[in-house]
Structure formats: C-alpha cells, structure tokens
Design a protein. Structure first.
Length: 239
C-alpha cells in the first residue's frame, strides 16, 4: 500500500506544478535559470531564518516565532529577486530568443514564484514521502491516517500560492500598490501560522482557509496580470 500512497501523495502535490513547468517553462532556458535562481533564494531565506532561530535560544520552543521570521525572510528575498529581475530585464532579453520574457513583465514574476513554490513544497513533503517507504503508514507515530494526504494537499496549495503571490507582489512594486504588498505578506503569514493547528489534528481548520485564500489570490493575480472576464471566456472557448 505504501507505493501507491507515495505516488498518490506525490502527484497530488507536484502534478499540477509539474504540468505548469512542462508547458510554460521547460522550453525556455532563461525561464529555467530564473526558476532555479528563485529556488536558491528561497533556500537562502530558509537558512537565514534557521540561523536566527538557532541564535535566539530562549525562543526556540515557540514555533510561531520560527514560522513568523521564516515568512518575513521569504518575503524579503522575494523582494530581492524582484529587484534583480527588474534590473536585468534588458540583459535577459539580449540572451533570450523569446521576446515575450520582457514584453510581458508578469512572466518573470510567475516563473520566480513557481520556483519559490516548488522548493517550498519539496521541503514540506519530501521527508514525509520518504517515510512512506516503511512497512505501514497509518499516520506517523500514531497520528491520523489522513495526515499524509493532508500534507500533500497543503503542499500543493503553498506551491500555487507562492506563484500567485509573486505575480501580485511584483506588480504591486511596479505600480506602488502597498495594499497588495500588505496582502501578500499578511496572507503568507496567516496561512503559515494556521498550519500549527495540524499539531492538534485540526486539518479542516487549516485547509479550508488556505484554499479560500488560494482562490482569492488566483483571482487577484489574474486581474493584475491583465485578465478579464472577456479574456477568460475567449480562453475557455478556444479550449
């Protein structure tokens, strides 16, 4: 039963991001480089928050403290990526055969956000998938049997959220929309902190708000990227 569970949870979490990568990024070497660079910056943010957590010994037992500063470091490095990409747009255009990488400024945000999300999802789920290789997985250490599939669903939400957040975040700095900047930071912080409820097996209380925010962020990212009802209807008809 563990092998189907590994593939099931893995495809729940990474099936959609893998499709997004294959159809929108894999055919462009510049986009691949940006995605990898964004993943690296997320790792640096994780390292910085881990060092802070390690240095402040009295606060190590408070998970909310580590989560809060992890989110703040991630958003700080998201801004660093934004500044780097905006300063290197012309250089990227010079070495890219795809003019759309500059003509549509939201592409860079989308790619870097997906890089952020994929590495975040991998760190959240890979160790759990490794634990599935054991002889039985009816909940880790006597926990709920839905823990693993819940973790996969949560990982998928975080991957997509990071993608949408980057689109909103980059556009917000382009037009100085501080409300959208606050929205990204506050929703990221909220979604991350409510995952602490999983320790009390309150999975519904975690997933329901997360997916509501995911839907709201998807709609907002669609709008800031220039989407409209007319363009959505045309896209659906083309399919």
């Amino acid at each position: 039963m563990t092998l189907p569970e590994i593939f099931g949870c893995g495809f729940i979490a990474f099936g959609t991001p893998l499709a997004m990568f294959v159809f929108t990024i894999a055919n462009d070497s510049i986009r691949i480089i940006i995605l990898i660079a964004a993943a690296f910056f997320w790792l640096v943010a994780l390292l910085a928050s881990a060092l802070l957590w390690f240095a402040l010994v009295p606060l190590r037992d408070y998970l909310w403290f580590g989560v809060t500063f992890s989110v703040l470091f991630q958003e700080g490095f998201r801004y660093i990526i934004y500044r780097i990409l905006r300063r290197t747009e012309q250089g990227l255009q010079a070495v890219s055969d795809n003019p759309g990488i500059i003509e549509n400024k939201h592409i860079l945000a989308y790619v870097s956000g997906l890089g952020f999300g994929i590495i975040s999802g991998m760190f959240a789920l890979v160790n759990l998938l490794a634990d599935l290789s054991g002889p039985g997985t009816m909940g880790l250490k006597g926990g709920s049997e839905v823990f693993l599939i819940t973790s996969a669903i949560q990982a998928l939400a975080m991957i997509l959220l990071h993608t949408f957040w980057s689109v909103i975040f980059f556009n917000a700095f382009d037009i100085n929309n501080y409300f959208h900047i606050a929205y990204v930071i506050s929703t990221h912080l909220f979604v991350s902190l409510i995952t602490l409820l999983n320790a009390q097996l309150m999975y519904a209380a975690t997933l329901l708000p997360t997916y509501i925010i995911l839907l709201a962020s998807a709609v907002l990212a669609f709008k800031v990227a220039g989407g409209s009802k007319i363009s959505l209807v045309r896209f659906v008809k083309c399919q």
